[in-house]
Design a protein around this ligand. Structure first.
Ligand SMILES: NC(=O)c1ccc[n+]([C@@H]2O[C@H](COP(=O)([O-])OP(=O)(O)OC[C@H]3O[C@@H](n4cnc5c(N)ncnc54)[C@H](OP(=O)(O)O)[C@@H]3O)[C@@H](O)[C@H]2O)c1
Length: 360
């Protein structure tokens, strides 16, 4: 139980380790104690240690059943819920996902419908990818999503660099559902068929030496300029000595900037130092975040956007509308889970989301 000694996957400064804890988890205020059934793996589960976000139970995404609630919780015992607890301002042990009991302690938690296609396994993979893509598209790029009640620019052409990453998959399906077109994506050639089935109009292999020229030509041929782009991988511009022109943000910007340098809107999942036009998207944005760049630019206009997107996702989850990632790998046990976390952090997943089945 939540007060017995149990093993968790803990993120130490040097990476994930197993740790036995016996802290009693007691929900207060709006919190809910849950039995974790699945936790979803993200690259950040390990990568965050390199930016000082460690010494806590690893993992963000999770789903499970509510066991106990604080007096102001929106949930009740027996509810099936999913969501994530953000990184800031602090991360007590009870917030991490890769453990058998946790406390839902943020506004980023949602109740699973009693009927429908969305199960606990799929739900545990959705929050980070979906909320990050939503922040990029409907907050930072200012695109509209009429079906979810989100105002903004209608029917825009869009480039998604890294369409087979989980954030890219979410962005593609949300943009399609929101009525934006044509949608240009980059991915390995083996993933083009799946991405077209999910809504991509044009696919390009990012490894082709002339990929920028190919995208520019396709944009010209489409007859509609592309002013919005989301780089869903942020590859090749973080390390000292990286050549920005060859990085994914450099290639993304070059692909859509032809003849309209200042007119484009660019968003990336990682910070881009070399191009001031880029904005950084966040899975969990909040008006009161202690991290200035994770605050909302316009809280009034933006407030509730993430909740509206998740409401739409819960209602429309299923083939032809929103699938999250169509390939979910389930791992069991601590060793398999640790190995899967390392694989994800090393960028070795391709069009795949990994869910840890609990108990660990
Ligand atoms: N800011 C935030 O709040 C936030 C939130 C979530 C994620 N992130 C960051 O966003 C990145 C992506 O996360 P994720 O979970 O979506 O990753 P992921 O699914 O594990 O990414 C793997 C995919 O990236 C694609 N890829 C790798 N290098 C590429 C390149 N140069 N060009 C195009 N595609 C490339 C691969 O596509 P192919 O298989 O087709 O080759 C692969 O499918 C990570 O760095 C993560 O830390 C940030």
């Amino acid at each position: 139980m939540a007060d017995s000694t149990r093993t968790v996957i803990y993120l130490s400064p040097d990476g994930p380790v197993l740790k036995n804890i016996s802290e009693r988890y007691q929900p207060t205020g709006a919190q809910s104690l849950l039995r974790v059934d699945y936790s979803g793996i993200n690259p950040a589960d390990i990568k965050h240690a390199s930016i000082g976000l460690h010494s806590s139970v690893a993992g963000y995404d999770m789903s499970g059943e509510v066991l106990e609630t604080g007096p102001d919780s929106p949930f009740k015992p027996g509810d099936k819920i999913f969501g994530l607890n953000p990184t800031f301002p602090s991360r007590p042990l009870y917030m991490g996902a890769h453990q058998d009991y946790a406390i839902a302690s943020s506004k980023f938690w949602y109740k699973l419908p009693a009927a429908g296609n969305l199960g606990l396994r799929e739900a545990a993979t959705l929050p980070v990818m979906t909320l990050t893509a939503a922040d990029g598209l409907f907050h930072l790029l200012g695109l509209g999503f009429p079906g979810a009640g989100i105002p903004g620019a209608a029917s825009q052409a869009l480039l998604i660099w890294g369409g087979a990453s989980t954030v890219g998959l979410a962005a593609l399906q949300l943009a399609k559902a929101a009525g934006h077109s044509p949608i240009f994506v980059t991915a390995s050639a083996k993933n083009h068929g799946t991405l077209k089935a999910l809504g991509a109009d044009y696919c390009f292999d990012y490894r082709d030496a002339d990929v920028v020229e190919r995208i520019r030509k396709a944009i010209r041929d489409s007859g509609k300029p592309v002013s919005h782009a989301l780089d869903a991988v942020g590859a090749g511009s973080m390390a000292v000595g990286d050549d920005f022109k060859k990085s994914s943000p450099g290639l993304t910007a070059a692909s859509i900037s032809e003849g309209q340098q200042s007119n484009v809107k660019l968003v990336c999942v990682l910070p881009v130092r070399e191009d001031q036009r880029y904005k950084l998207c966040f899975a969990t944005r909040d008006a009161s975040s202690p991290l200035p760049m994770a605050r909302m630019a316009d809280p009034e206009a933006w407030d509730g956007m993430q909740a509206k997107v998740m409401d739409w996702v819960i209602e429309n989850f299923g083939a032809g509308k929103y699938l999250g990632c169509p390939n979910i790998t389930v791992v069991k046990g601590t060793e398999e889970s640790l190995e899967a976390m390392r694989r994800s952090a090393e960028g070795k997943s391709s069009l795949e989301k990994i869910a840890v089945e609990h108990p660990l």
